[in-house]
Design a protein around this ligand. Structure first.
Ligand code: PMV
Length: 343
């Protein structure tokens, strides 16, 4: 008789306000980062597991109901790589299924939500003492930014001054100003095609990037200022850092060797419209961009109606098939089901 157990979890994507760009050691960041955990853009993950003595750890993997060799290979490599810190895997056989509520590899952090979900499920299987911390650590080893998707709504990862965050795992930011409690994120899907270059390749280019030291310095300064802005409710300071961070991330890509460009013509058109709108109205919304062409437009809950009507009237035509995901900050990963069966 085989005793099988199942755990189902879901974990959201996150959008970085201060970007993690460049690694050191074993999946540690070269600079601190700050992010917002999303609510609607999630990966649902089911892991069926049983005891075993020999054979591969990953028995099967399905993405959205079908085999996916590229994802399977990445997850298999991940599981084999973490055995030293998660020894339970020496005696487990896993069948994993994942699905996303949003298009993958389009600059919405699909690897972040996927590895946060897997890390969270593994921490649950292990019955870790501190599930969130352990899940963030395990998620980080799959995709650095995944460390910030386990809890919410606002997270930081990486050693930074007196803050309790570390390079090993992310923590929720405390004492956020009331105005920032329910930030909104409209994800403008400018282009849904696959990324031209993986983020691992991008991080690696930071090792020898001519602007590396200044970038690290800037990210630390931005972290200090954005935490102050989020705690004191300084929306304008927050917004300025947000946009500078997004453009710096892409500037790093454009000036790396080899150089590459992930922004699309409609990304720039949307940026101009957003800045123009901000000049003309008292309502403000600021953009950020992940490793792709899509825009995340961040705004306050009180401005929801007017910003969303601006988006629908002015930005829909710039999006692929007019696609926009209206999301907001969220609480992080959760267990959706668990059970066991004998076969
Ligand atoms: O988690 P990775 O290795 O896919 O890196 C992604 C880094 C960015 O998404 C570009 C920025 C960030 O901090 O999320």
């Amino acid at each position: 008789m085989i005793h099988k157990k199942t755990i189902s979890v879901e974990a959201p994507a996150n959008i970085a306000f201060v970007k993690y760009w460049g690694k050191q050691g074993r999946q540690m960041p070269i600079n601190p980062s700050v992010s917002m955990t999303l609510k609607e853009c999630v990966t649902r993950c089911q892991i069926e597991y049983e005891d075993f003595k020999e054979g591969p750890i990953l028995e099967s993997y399905q993405f959205e109901g079908a085999e996916n060799e590229a994802f399977r290979n990445r997850i298999e490599k991940y599981l084999n790589d973490i055995i030293d810190i998660y020894p339970l895997l020496e005696n487990l056989k896993l069948s994993i299924k994942t699905e996303n509520t949003f298009p993958h590899s389009a600059g919405i952090a699909s690897s972040a939500s996927a590895f946060a979900a897997i890390g969270y499920a593994l921490a649950q299987i292990e019955k870790s003492e501190n599930i969130d911390k352990r899940a963030s650590e395990l998620a980080r080893l799959g995709s650095g930014s995944a460390s910030r998707s386990v809890t919410g709504p606002y997270m930081m990862w990486g050693d930074f001054e007196e803050e309790a965050s570390t390079d090993g795992y992310a923590i929720a930011i405390e004492d956020i100003h009331l105005d920032f409690h329910n930030l909104k994120d409209a994800v403008l899907l400018i282009d849904q095609n696959e990324k031209k270059i993986s983020s691992s390749a991008g991080h690696a280019m930071m090792d020898t990037h001519p602007f590396r030291e200044n970038r690290i310095k800037q990210a630390n300064q931005h972290t200090k200022k954005i935490l102050k802005a989020m705690r004191e409710g300084d929306w304008e300071l927050f917004g300025n850092i947000l946009e500078t961070e997004a453009l710096t991330l892409h500037a790093m890509m454009m000036t790396s060797s080899p150089s590459y460009l992930l922004l699309a013509p409609n990304t720039l058109a949307a940026i101009e419209k957003i800045r123009d709108y901000r000049k003309k109205t008292s309502i403000s919304a600021y953009f950020t961009i992940d490793a792709g062409p899509n825009i995340h437009l961040i705004y306050l809950q009180k401005d929801e109606e007017s910003v969303e009507s601006f988006i629908k009237q002015n930005l829909t035509d710039l999006c692929h098939d007019g696609r926009i995901i209206f999301d907001q900050c969220g609480a992080g990963a959760r267990v959706t089901a668990s059970g066991s069966s004998d076969e």
